[in-house]
Write a protein of this length. Structure first.
Lengths: 109, 354, 345
């Protein structure tokens, strides 16, 4: 498993920080891209930030009332080391299993 | 909103672990192929990569990841969704002096392009009396084993090998993938490059300095992956690693199995087949493709012709069945498994002349 | 653009009744819930993969609802769950394709009037033309509905199909869901001129572009198109403009090729929310109705999930038994050797 960290994005118009109002996801939860992650308040408005990534939440930063600066860590996702192709799965590497035994009299003529 | 930016990129296509003075690295086959293509683009200004989603997305298996941003949209570009269009356009690019490296996303989607591959790519050099060569390297993620939908698990090597004017190659591990793709993508003839998609994620050591250390043979030949005295397993693509596992299991029973990675499926290295089987006197050929008119028949004939006097038993074939490639739930019933290969070996060992 | 004439009797198909509008909403809610759940099933390991149709509920339910399953025949792609549901197909049998049980799904295509799930992009558009011409030859009044996307419209087979159908006046509705994306390639890099419906003019057949997120607009356009075909006027192209809100498949990462902002501005208003608003505005549904529809959708998903979880692999013998109607000795031999070496391992 690899971890992917996303910092608080630039919310535009020169704002440099935001205040966490409420986390809508928690560590251990599987989230999908675009799913609302957190409600934050800037000096202009309160906004819900949608998830940029599908994955399992490992860590979130800041509780209600905490200020986070743009560019500082906001959330960390866990994603598999190997990404499957556009369809199908990554095959599991398994120890070889057998049921058949070989028997032979090898006449080395 | 300017939007999220990833703080650290996932490690999917990082360059891998380099060591030993940069001559070797531990890479997945995805990474090895990506690196080979990167070098081909850098070394040959006429090389271009085209296909569906190979640009911005980096390909449905990430084989062309990062190549568009590095080499530009003129060298690596997305096409509309039409395989026949991609291959037909490759013919024209080749006529204009380019070396197209088209990608068809999955084996089964080479079928819509068969007309251009068989009737045009394979024949233009001949038709033009050598004046219009077709240096086209068609990459096709191939074979089964990933529980994918229909047409995403097929083995087309016999179909391609049967067409005059095409060459066909399939790597079995990251080292082979790197070198065979670099070799194929610098040839003046069309090469169908069949990538064993179930092995894309498996890591292995790649020695960049030489194509063939520590094995034997030229970049155009077969390669002994394990030496043995009693029987030769002939395989290619994903079946090579399975045959290496079988060889280890056979050793537990006192049977010393040689594994020959055929690598080139056209032209087939008949000398390597004969050299190996003259020594072991027994052969089993393993492939995922259906049995009837599969490449195993060609291999068996070459062995029989070259080793008729020394063979202890008829060459056995352990293959997929004469059925459409099944859905994921039945995949393991279809692809030659360890026991079926062991059964094939046992049949050869038991054979007594009449 | 709308070159589709009104039906021969001069009257447009009647607008959907309040009952029908509520039924459309219930269908869309069921499809939405199943679609979102199927992504979760994949994350939980219940199925290996899925191709979501999030955002296309109106286009799929509206068009599928217009089909007369007593007469018509539908040719889907691999992303037509909402069409299947609107046609009343057994959804465990449909979703089995995503469990990797059987490629074409386990439903009966003849009884359900839905051709097997098609993995080849544009693979079945010509089949629709052939089926439709068969209706002409037999003097039946069935209409073929061929589903395709903006990506598929690049395939040569689509040109062949539209031209054949136009030449032979085959009763085919080419129902294009233009969802804006073919994996990572946006429509503007896929469809020259920007509209598949515009091509109809070149074949001398009607073409209509419809708001694919408005289920009523989709239903009415599809009904008109089917009526046009059924009256012997030849094929029609209907292009429903919609948006693939989700990934191409459960292992796709759209973050590699489009931003969340692009998704928000491209997707437009959610088709469910839009119908809900209309039903409320028209006073034909209330909160209790929506709560009931949601509860029914959840119960339906539970039952489908249980069916999918209970679905074991098909017997391996089917690999051999279903290749031909008349099997061959070689295949029987292979089946025998498979039974000996692999069965029940």
């Amino acid at each position: 498993m690899a971890e992917i960290s996303f910092p608080l994005p630039d919310l535009g118009e020169g704002l440099i920080e935001a205040t966490v109002l409420e986390w809508l996801v928690s560590p251990g939860e599987q989230v999908e891209r675009n799913q609302p992650l957190v409600e934050v308040e800037t000096t202009k408005s309160a906004v819900e930030l949608p998830s940029p990534q599908a994955g399992k939440v490992v860590r979130i930063y800041g509780g209600p009332g905490d200020k986070i600066n743009v560019g500082e860590p906001l959330i960390v996702f866990e994603v598999p080391d190997n990404t499957a192709g556009i369809v199908g799965t990554v095959p599991k590497e398994e120890a070889p299993k057998r049921r058949v035994r070989l028997s032979a009299v090898l006449d080395e003529d | 909103m300017t939007g999220f930016r990833q703080a650290q990129s996932p490690d999917a296509q990082s360059p891998g672990t380099e060591a030993h003075g940069n001559h070797t690295a531990t890479l997945s086959m995805q990474q090895a192929l990506n690196r080979a293509l990167d070098e081909v683009l850098a070394e040959n200004p006429k090389a271009v990569i085209l296909g569906e989603d190979c640009g911005r997305l980096g390909g449905v298996f990430r084989i062309t990841d990062g190549l568009q941003s590095k080499h530009g949209e003129n060298r690596v570009f997305d096409t509309p969704l039409a395989e026949s269009g991609i291959l037909g356009m490759s013919v024209g690019l080749a006529m204009a002096g380019f070396h197209p490296i088209p990608e068809v996303q999955f084996d089964g989607f080479a079928y819509p392009a068969i007309n251009q591959i068989v009737c045009q790519i394979a024949r233009m050099n001949y038709r033009s009396r050598g004046k219009l060569p077709m240096p086209i390297t068609l990459r096709v993620p191939s074979f089964g084993g990933i529980r994918a939908p229909e047409h995403h698990g097929e083995s087309l090597e016999a179909l391609f090998a049967h067409v005059p004017g095409l060459k066909v190659v399939s790597p079995s591990n990251p080292h082979e993938a790197y070198h065979l793709l670099k070799y194929a993508a610098t040839r003046p003839d069309p090469v169908i490059f069949m990538e064993p998609k179930s092995r894309y994620w498996q890591k292995g050591d790649v020695d960049f300095s030489t194509a063939d250390a520590p094995g034997t043979g030229s970049p155009t030949g077969a390669k002994v992956m394990r030496e043995g005295r009693h029987l030769t397993l002939v395989a290619w693509g994903a079946m090579v690693s399975r045959c290496l596992q079988v060889a280890e299991l056979a050793a537990e029973d006192g049977i010393d199995v040689e594994v020959l990675d055929l690598r080139w499926l056209k032209p087939i290295d008949a000398d390597a087949l004969v050299t190996s089987v003259r020594k072991t006197r027994r052969a089993v050929v393993v492939h995922e493709a259906p049995l009837t008119s599969g490449l195993g028949a060609e291999v068996a004939q070459l062995i029989t012709h070259g080793c008729f006097d020394t063979l202890k038993a008829p060459v056995e074939r352990v293959t997929g069945f004469d059925v459409p490639y099944p859905s994921g739930d039945l995949e393991d019933e279809y692809i030659p498994n360890i026991d079926r290969i062991l059964f094939g070996i046992q049949r050869v060992l038991e054979y007594r002349r009449g | 653009m709308d070159t589709l004439p009104l039906p021969d009797d001069g009257n447009a198909a009647p607008p959907p009744t309040p009952d029908q509008l509520r039924e459309l909403y219930s269908l869309m809610a069921a499809v939405r819930h199943l679609d979102v759940s199927a992504v979760a099933w994949q994350r939980q390991g219940i199925i290996p993969g899925y191709a979501p149709e999030l955002g296309q509920e109106a286009a799929q339910v509206g068009s599928g609802y217009a089909v007369d399953t007593a007469r018509d025949f539908v040719f889907p792609t691999y992303r037509e769950m909402g069409v299947a549901r609107a046609m009343g197909v057994d959804m465990v049998a449909y979703m089995s394709t995503h469990k990797a049980t059987w490629h074409g799904g386990l439903y009966d295509p003849v009884k359900s009037r839905l051709a097997p799930i098609q993995a080849v992009v544009a693979g079945s558009v010509l089949h629709a033309v052939g089926w439709a011409h068969g209706q002409t030859l037999e003097q039946n009044d069935g209409v073929a509905l061929a589903y395709l996307g903006d990506g598929a419209s690049s395939q040569g087979d689509v040109h062949e199909a539209m031209n054949f159908a136009a030449v032979m006046k085959a009763p085919v509705v080419f129902f294009v869901q233009n969802n804006g994306w073919a994996i990572s390639v946006p429509t503007e890099r896929q469809v020259a001129g920007g509209s598949v419906a515009a091509r109809a003019a070149g074949y001398g057949i009607p073409g209509v572009q419809v708001d694919g997120n408005d289920v009523v607009a989709v239903l009415e356009a599809t009904r008109r198109a089917i009526a046009h075909c059924r009256s012997g006027n030849g094929p029609v192209v209907v292009e429903a403009m919609t948006y693939r809100r989700g990934p191409h498949s459960t292992s796709d990462d759209p973050g590699r090729y489009r931003s969340l902002d692009e998704e928000r501005s491209g997707a437009g208003e959610d088709p469910l929310r839009r119908l809900r608003r209309r039903l409320l505005d028209d006073g034909i549904a209330d909160d209790a109705f929506f709560a009931a529809a949601q509860a029914a959708a959840a119960a339906e998903e539970t039952s489908i999930r249980e069916g999918i979880e209970a679905l074991g692999p098909r017997p391996g013998s089917e690999m051999f038994g279903l290749v031909f109607q008349e099997t061959t000795p070689a295949l029987q031999n292979q089946a025998a050797s498979w039974r000996e070496e692999s069965e029940h391992v």
